[in-house]
Design a protein around this ligand. Sequence first.
Ligand SMILES: NC(=O)c1ccc[n+]([C@@H]2O[C@H](COP(=O)([O-])OP(=O)(O)OC[C@H]3O[C@@H](n4cnc5c(N)ncnc54)[C@H](O)[C@@H]3O)[C@@H](O)[C@H]2O)c1
Ligand SMILES: O=P(O)(O)OC[C@H](O)CO
Length: 329
Amino acid sequence: MKIAVMGAGAWGTALAMSFARHHAVSLWARDTAQIESMRAAGENQRYLAGQPFPAQLTLQAELGVAVADADLVLVVTPTAGLRPSLRALTTLGSTLPVLWACKGLEADTQLPAHEVAAAELPATVSRGILTGPSFAQEVAAGLPAALTLASEDAGFADEWAAALNSSRLRIYSSNDIIGAEIGGAVKNIMAIAAGVGDGLKLGHNARAALLTRGLAEITRFGVALGARPETFNGLSGLGDLILTCTGDLSRNRKVGLLLAEGKPLAEIIRNLGHVAEGVNTARAVQQQAERLQVDMPITAAVCRMLFEELPAAEAIAGLMGRGAKKEAA
Ligand SMILES: NC(=O)c1ccc[n+]([C@@H]2O[C@H](COP(=O)([O-])OP(=O)(O)OC[C@H]3O[C@@H](n4cnc5c(N)ncnc54)[C@H](O)[C@@H]3O)[C@@H](O)[C@H]2O)c1
Ligand SMILES: O=P(O)(O)OC[C@H](O)CO
């Protein structure tokens, strides 16, 4: 199998390195200077330092060459880069199957990735998402992980899950693409909240409460958009929520930890060096939730900390100061 990976950030590089153990992989970056520096260093020093490339990995500055004889394109840009990446493929006349790995809602349209893809790809192009609990550093190092490959086309999901599955990267298939996308997108908001809670030293009980009520909030939102509730108990939902809320490799959790220290958002983003999808996605989810009339108190509190400079302690007090309610609701 030949795979073209678009986007050489931390995750594109890690997936390219992992799949290169079993497939011919071409890693493309839009920045030619980055390709040259990765070639010279034998690793991606900017986004994934200290992880030497396997010999089988090819670096490619020309997108047309990267996809020329590929069997699959994997788009691994941030959500903001998904639409231009798919448009670039369509402009090239590519009809290759496409998987994306971004975890967010598009900021301007509040659309999940598969709806962006529906607007940009010819209807005949097979497509889906690869998502689930996965820190780039661990996958690049060959440590075990499990992911979900979701597509509206169940046959496509089964076929590509089997083709990409390996002893280090176990891949499960699903046909609930909206559930898989919403789980991966909204857990980033919860990870910001978890970082805030841990930064304020609120304790283990508070973190468990946040994860549980966060999952309820994610599920309510996803079901309102047409997802199946059981998807949120899987890798793309609960699995990724646990990882991102508790793992210190998470950039979204780090945003929360720094908000708890009182750092301004602009400074946090400037120093992060990577995308933290939860920031843009928090606003997009809040807008969609208002439209759908879904109650999302944690998302609302995160938005107030991010965009209204509400101090972290006041945001927590606001969440805890609400009246009692039924747990199922
Ligand atoms: N890092 C992880 O552990 C991880 C794991 C799973 C999923 N993800 C998701 O993968 C996506 C990418 O994350 P990342 O960690 O690689 O981000 P990153 O910040 O490490 O790198 C982003 C990369 O995308 C490139 N890029 C941005 N817009 C582009 C465009 N229009 N065309 C081509 N390249 C573009 C940037 O130049 C940069 O190289 C995010 O949605 C993230 O949530 C990340
Ligand atoms: O570093 P984060 O917070 O973007 O999380 C990375 C992955 O999405 C974890 O599965």
